[in-house]
Design a protein around this ligand. Structure first.
Ligand code: HEM
Length: 427
C-alpha cells in the first residue's frame, strides 16, 4: 500500500485500527512503536496521517491556519443513505460551532463569548459544586460501596454544565442517550444497522437542543453562557450567526458534560490504581491541583483531535498534501519521552504536568478547561477528606464506548468500610 503522497505504508501503519484492540484500551501504549519508529504515519484504515510526538502535535495545534480545525466534528464513519434520510427528517443541520471554525470568524466569536469562562467569573460556581458533591456523597457514604460513574460523576458535571449554560434541569433526562449517540455518530464506527438508531437519537438531540434554544431566543434575559451567546447574536449577528447558535447548543451540551465526567472517572481510576499516590493526596490535599494535571496527562478524556492541512506541507519531516487529514493523538504526546522525564511514571509531584495536550493548544484551546479542573479538584478534595480509605474494587474492566476521541469508563466500582469513615470516628 502507498499513502496519497506515494510513500510506502509500513506493515504496522497498515495494521493500525483505532476502533479496536490496544488503542481502545490504552491509546498511548498502542502507539509506543510509532513514537519510536514512525512518529507520523499514514493510516489507510481511516485515511488520516496519525501524529504521535509531543512537539509535532503542539506545532500542528499552534498553526490553525495551515492546519484548519474544520474537520474536528466530521463523522469518522460517513452516514449511510438511510441514516442520512433519518437525520433529514429531523431537520438536522449541524454546521460550524467554535471548535471547528476558521479564522478570522473564530477569534472574533471566541473573544465575544469568553468572559463567562474567565477564572474570576467561574469562582462563583465552586460553592455549588461543593454542595452538590457533599449531597451526592451523603447518599452512599454509609453504604460501603459505589459505582462512582452512575452515583456521582455522570450527574454532577451534567448539572454544572446545564447551570453554566443556563439550561433547565428538566431537559436533562434525555441527554444521556443523546450524548452517546453524538459520540458514536461523530467519532465512532457504527455498523449500518447501528447508524439507524444513532441517527434517530442524534435527530432527537438536535430537536431538543433547538427547542431549548427557541425558548432562550423568545426570552433572552436569563443567566448562563448560552443566554449570553443569544444576546451577542442579537448585537452581532455577523459574528454570532443563528446557524452557530443552533449547532453550538447541541455540541456544547455534550462538550461541557461528557468530557468532565470522563476526565473525573479516569482520574479516580488512575489514583486508586496507584494507592500510594492516593494516600499521599489524602495526607496532603495541597497536592490535589498538581495531581489533577498529572491525571489529565496520563488519562485524559479526549485522547485524539483532528485537523486538515490547507496547503502542501510537512509534519515531523513527513510530507502532507493539501487536504490531508491529521489525527493528533494527544494521549501519545502526553507520554512522549522526548518531552517528559520518566514519561511512563505516574507522578503527582511532576512540576510540568500542566503542559499536557489534553485541552488542545493554541487558538482553539479548550475554553472550559478551568471548569473541568475546578470540578475535578472539588471532587478530589471531598473524597480524600471523607473517604480516604476508599479502594478500587478489584478485577473490573475499563469499558469505553468504541470511538477515537472520547475516553472514560462506563462504570467505576469502589468499596470501603463505613465503620472507618473519618466523620463517624471523629464527628
Ligand atoms: C475545545 C477538551 C471541558 C468547552 C476543546 C478541545 C479539546 C477539549 C481537546 C479542542 C482544543 C483545540 O482544538 O486545540 C476538553 C476536556 C475537558 C473539557 C478534556 C474536561 C476535562 C470543557 C467544558 C466546556 C468546554 C466543561 C464548557 C463548559 C469547550 C469549547 C471549546 C473546547 C467552547 C472550543 C474552543 C475553541 O475552539 O476556541 N475542549 N474540554 N470544554 N471546549 Fe473543552
Amino acid at each position: 500500500a502507498t499513502s496519497p503522497t506515494g510513500c510506502p505504508v509500513s506493515a504496522r501503519a497498515s495494521a493500525f485500527n483505532p476502533f479496536e484492540g490496544e488503542y481502545q484500551i490504552d491509546p498511548a501504549e498502542a502507539l509506543r512503536w510509532a513514537r519510536e519508529e514512525e512518529p507520523v504515519f499514514y493510516s489507510p484504515e481511516i485515511g488520516y496521517w496519525v501524529v504521535t510526538r509531543y512537539e509535532d502535535i503542539k506545532s500542528v495545534f499552534r498553526d490553525n491556519i495551515l492546519f484548519s480545525p474544520a474537520v474536528a466534528l466530521e463523522k469518522m464513519t460517513p452516514s449511510t443513505p438511510e441514516a442520512q434520510s433519518i437525520l433529514q427528517k429531523y431537520g438536522y443541520a449541524m454546521q460550524r460551532t467554535m471548535v471547528n471554525e476558521d479564522e478570522p470568524d473564530h477569534m472574533a466569536r471566541r473573544r465575544l463569548l469568553l468572559d463567562d469562562f474567565l477564572p474570576e467569573n467561574l469562582a462563583k460556581h465552586e460553592p455549588a459544586v461543593r454542595a452538590l458533591t457533599r449531597r451526592y456523597m451523603d447518599r452512599f457514604i454509609d453504604r460501603g460501596h459505589a459505582d462512582l460513574v452512575s452515583d456521582i460523576f455522570y450527574e454532577i458535571p451534567l448539572t454544572v454544565a446545564l447551570h453554566f449554560l443556563g439550561v433547565s434541569e428538566d431537559d436533562a433526562s434525555e441527554l444521556r442517550e443523546f450524548a452517546v449517540a453524538h459520540t458514536l455518530n461523530t467519532w465512532g464506527r457504527p455498523t449500518p444497522e447501528e447508524q439507524l438508531e444513532i441517527a434517530e437519537n442524534v435527530g432527537r438531540f438536535w430537536q431538543t437542543a433547538n427547542r431549548i434554544l427557541d425558548r432562550m431566543i423568545a426570552n433572552p434575559d436569563g443567566e448562563g453562557w448560552m443566554y449570553e451567546t443569544v444576546r451577542q447574536h442579537f448585537k452581532h449577528p455577523d459574528i454570532v450567526p443563528e446557524s452557530y447558535l443552533r449547532s453550538m447548543m447541541m455540541a456544547i451540551l455534550a462538550a461541557a458534560h461528557e468530557t468532565t465526567s470522563n476526565a473525573t472517572a479516569n482520574a479516580f481510576w488512575t489514583l486508586l490504581s496507584n494507592p500510594e499516590a492516593w494516600d499521599e493526596l489524602c495526607q496532603n490535599p495541597a497536592l490535589i491541583p498538581s495531581a489533577v494535571e498529572e491525571c489529565l496527562r496520563v488519562a485524559g478524556s479526549i485522547v485524539a483531535w483532528r485537523r486538515i492541512a490547507t496547503a502542501d506541507t510537512a509534519v515531523g519531516g513527513v510530507e502532507i498534501p493539501e487536504g490531508g487529514r491529521l489525527l493528533l493523538v494527544q494521549a501519545s504526546a502526553n507520554k512522549d519521552p522526548r518531552h517528559w522525564e520518566n514519561a511512563d511514571d505516574f507522578d503527582i509531584y511532576r512540576d510540568n504536568a500542566s503542559e499536557h495536550m489534553t485541552f488542545g493548544y493554541g487558538a482553539h484551546q479548550c475554553m472550559g478547561k478551568n471548569i473541568g479542573r475546578m470540578e475535578m479538584r472539588v471532587f478530589l478534595e471531598e473524597f480524600t477528606r471523607r473517604l480516604p480509605h476508599m479502594r478500587l474494587k478489584p478485577g473490573q474492566k475499563f469499558e469505553n464506548l468504541v470511538n477515537i476521541s472520547f475516553r472514560g469508563p462506563a462504570s467505576l466500582h469502589v468499596e470501603w468500610d463505613p465503620a472507618q469513615n473519618p466523620e463517624r470516628r471523629d464527628p
